[in-house]
Design a protein. Sequence first.
Length: 292
Amino acid sequence: MAEFFFSAFADEAADDLAGQIAALKRNGIGYIEPRFIDKKGILTLTEEELFDMKKQLDAADIKVGSLGSPIGKYPIEDPFEIHLEDFKKALRAAKILGTDKIRMFSFFHKETSLADARAEVIHRLSVMAEMAKAEGITLCHENESHIYGEQPTEVKDILESVPALGGIFDAANFVMEGANAMEGARATLPSLRYIHIKDAHHASQTILPAGEGEGQILDVLDLVNETYDRPIMLTLEPHLNQFTAFASIDTHELKGKYSFKDNTESFDFAVKALEALLTKGGYKKENGRWKK
């Protein structure tokens, strides 16, 4: 049986690190997936800034569950060497922040045919995955819109073709592109490292709290629970309210079912929705872990 524990993209609660830490502490979350800190992308921070960030997180007893990097969220037509320089920054940041996982994607391919894109994607992912492995880090692939890795069949192909990769399952990203979330989960499951938590409705292109959309999140968690006997991280990525970094990370219009007075309220709402869904599914919280 799995034990689920929470992490979060806390930049959806606040821009500054102090505000992000406060949001995590307020909700009893001990892990963060840093993406934007003080409105700066995680790969743009200097080493001095990263060491200071680590110092503040340590003081708050918050660990970095995975580095929320944008690696692979670039056109496949761009020279690989440019992205390798960013990837080296990601490896360095992960080392400084004390995490053994880096989130990444598998390249946009607007102008390149799917077949040609696939070959180049597998090549690039293989190179980066081996570089990460040599540093004791697992490169974790997230399904995302408009990349080779948007559909369950593509995710399955990637994870089978690059065994050094870990898999991240994101239900909402599958739903937004008309894919069946459970099929996506089954494609990711053999390589699963952790799960991003947000839900969605395809026809309206609306992001929803966990359990209110078509992401079959509770069914997915039950499947993971039956498959794994280890801790599994659930990273909250609410997308319930507009936040500073949204336009730079997502091409969709951000539409939600609810209105919130600020990001503090929307972030806390997302946490409570996930807790309610787990409780509904028969999971109980004990020492920070949710299990049956």
